[in-house]
Design a protein around this ligand. Structure first.
Ligand SMILES: Nc1ncnc2c1ncn2[C@@H]1O[C@H](COP(=O)(O)OP(=O)(O)OP(=O)(O)O)[C@@H](O)[C@H]1O
Length: 247
């Protein structure tokens, strides 16, 4: 069973003037896959993420997460699905500034009402894994962007979601921090089989993934699978982007 299955999904915005943001799009993510979604501004990437996370209703089609049809959920069920099955990483980290990094990492476990000792222990395990244990008790404004984003990743996966959704996770980072963050994504993918969908404009970020899905006008335009060499994959991604840009 696929972790995510998007079947012939269409999203039309507006009533008088209709905008077809996503158009009969199909995509599936298998357990342990690490996928980048690329496409020009306005091609429908954010709409697709919002449909998958159940924030936006579909116009037609079907989306299943772990086999469960999310288009049939009521608001409360959709919220529970987001909380239990999905993890989110955003461009601007979305950490809570009044909490320490460690407390931010623990947040999903607080919602699961775990006891404080277990929460702290598990948060430390992830902070160590992501190389931010030394700033566990720091505030969000006392750490670098790369450290903040690594805390956001720890928070996104600490409850073992089925699917990690990331929207421009390296968008605010310098290139060294961006590479470090993507190496962490890749390691989590290999070591813990975290299935991830990463929306990005950056070909270097995408080259860490195993597959890149290119979207144009709300449709899947092309897909690339990485063989072994990241540099070669990067070149292939650039060629498709050049073609997309010129088309
Ligand atoms: N709430 C909305 N109401 C009406 N139209 C919308 C809305 N949100 C997005 N759109 C339109 O839908 C299309 C797809 O937008 P979307 O934001 O999904 O693209 P994107 O690929 O994420 O772009 P970007 O890379 O700039 O974030 C665009 O034409 C956009 O103008």
């Amino acid at each position: 069973m696929s972790v995510l299955s998007v079947e012939q999904v269409t999203k039309i915005y507006g009533s008088k003037v209709k905008i077809r943001a996503v158009d009969h799009l199909s995509l599936s993510v298998e357990k342990g896959e690490f996928i980048a979604v690329m496409g020009a501004s306005g091609s429908g990437k954010s709409t697709l993420l919002n449909l998958i996370s159940g924030i936006l209703p579909l116009t037609s089609g079907e989306i299943r997460i772990d086999g469960k049809d999310i288009s049939r959920l009521n608001e409360e069920e959709a919220a529970r699905l987001r909380r239990d099955k999905l993890g989110f990483v955003f461009q601007d980290y979305n950490l809570v500034d009044t909490l320490t990094l460690g407390e931010n990492i623990m947040l999903p476990l607080m919602f699961q009402k775990k006891d404080p000792d277990t929460m702290r222990r598990e948060a430390h395990i992830y902070a160590k894994k992501l190389g931010i244990d030394t700033v566990f008790d720091s505030r969000t404004y006392e750490v670098s962007g790369g450290q903040a984003q690594r805390a956001a990743i720890a928070r996104a996966i600490i409850h073992h979601p089925s699917l990690l959704l990331a929207d421009e996770p390296t968008g605010n980072l310098d290139s060294a921090s961006a590479q470090q963050v993507m190496r962490i994504f890749a390691a989590l993918n290999t070591e813990e089989q975290v299935s991830s969908l990463v929306v990005t404009h950056d070909p270097r970020t995408a080259s860490f993934c195993g597959r890149v899905v290119f979207i144009r006008d709300g449709k899947v335009f092309h897909e690339l699978y990485r063989e072994d060499n990241q540099l070669h994959f990067y070149d292939e991604i650039l060629s498709v982007l050049k073609f997309l840009g010129g088309a």
